[in-house]
Write a protein that binds this ligand. Sequence first.
Ligand code: C2O
Ligand code: CU
Length: 502
Amino acid sequence: AAVALPLEASLRPVALRHRLAASALPAPFSAPLGVPPVLAPVRQDADTDYYRVTMRESTTEVVPGLRSPVWGYEGIAPGPTIRAVQGRKVVARFVNELPATHPQWGYAPWTSVHLHGSASLPQHDGYASDITNPGQYKDYRYPNWQPARTLWYHDHGAHHTAENVYMGLAGLYLLTDPLEQSLPLPKGEFDVPLVVTDHMFTTDGVPLLNIVEGKGAWGDVVAVNGRAWPVLRVKRRKYRFRILNASISRSYRWSFSDGTPMTVVATDAGLVPSPTVVRDFRHSSAERYEVVVDFSRHRPGQRVVLRNISPPKNVDYARTGTVMAFDVVDDPFPTTDNAVPDVLFPEQPAMNVPEGAALRTRRFRLHRQNGLWKINGTTWDDVVRSGFRKVLADPRLDDVEVWELVNESGGWFHPVHIHFVDFRVLSRNGLPPAPHECGGKDVVYLGPAETVRVLVKFERGRGRYMMHCHNLVHEDHDMMAQFEIVDPAVPAPDPLSEPSSW
Ligand code: C2O
Ligand code: CU
């Protein structure tokens, strides 16, 4: 069984000695924003698209001019975007061609691929201990039965998720459906994904995973779509930005330098019932928020900066307050007529589960004990030692429950992710959720000393699924447990399966 490694002990001194100095970082907005390429299927038949995705080492320039090793899906980070249509299945073969050990960190990069926000069939949805070693591959099956949404696929290998994702193993998976297609939201080149990550490098470009006292890893470089502090030239019109926070630990609070409002049109589970206008909002790891931003009233030549107004984690990381810029270009025909509809998706399933349908309330305490992060006293190693039988909850298929997430870990926050399901945030410390949390979610920010109640319906799945903190350092050490959706009529599938070799 996999065992936690005290990586921080070996990494921290290196981080302090060889870190690329802030003065050596490039001026912001010197590189154009890139958009990850869309992956072409290797084969298609009547109801399925087949993909092959190889995880391999390559090089990249997160900081322009500084070559860095990267472990990416297809060798790029973010990985290529997979586009899926509701009702058409995807089978993806993920091939692990990574080096046998990490050259600096010394661990073996076993992998498990999780499609965050979706189901897999049978149960193999990136179960952390369902690992694929270098030289092996595994086929994952995605039913795509859900409404349109922005998903992402990322590594979930037991105890090495932070390292694997930090090296680059994350990409987008965009699921669409007829409703989304029919709405007058910005499309094509005006529908832009923004995958935000933070990094730290040595003077010669080696990534530093700056794990601070086992509590998280924070970088001093902020990148969007794999490029530090990029700039996007925008026309005078509306844009849809699909923002994914793919950072290891960092939470952001977005705000535009000139106060430009953002209209939240989608959250983790896709379109919200009706849009909400905000001037700033908090965005923790793994959450997805989609906002429509209107540049039609900006002056040509104007620069609008997307800022992070969360206080910096360390005083010398002040540049993490700047994220990217939008340069408004001259356009003789500004588009001003595409208003965001007042109603987007009133049938959003997660938002339509009545609270009165809840059969029970379960309590999950997130806490720290003996240097380990835990949920109700449990770590992933406890689950491993139980032969993968230990579960924290056992709802029956189609049950509705209230899950009460209680932060008992002092000043730390936890983005809590529940696999397989969507939920609705009912309350935070007894008060209504934040305005931007206005749709279905699969990750919820649990602030210091907060209690967050969420309403969940356990539909369609059977078997054991993980729940964990999406601060990947917490997840790896070892704030992850599982629940089981029980269907008395059907035995649960085994969450582990043998990978294949060739
Ligand atoms: Cu995005 Cu269990 O993970
Ligand atoms: Cu946490």
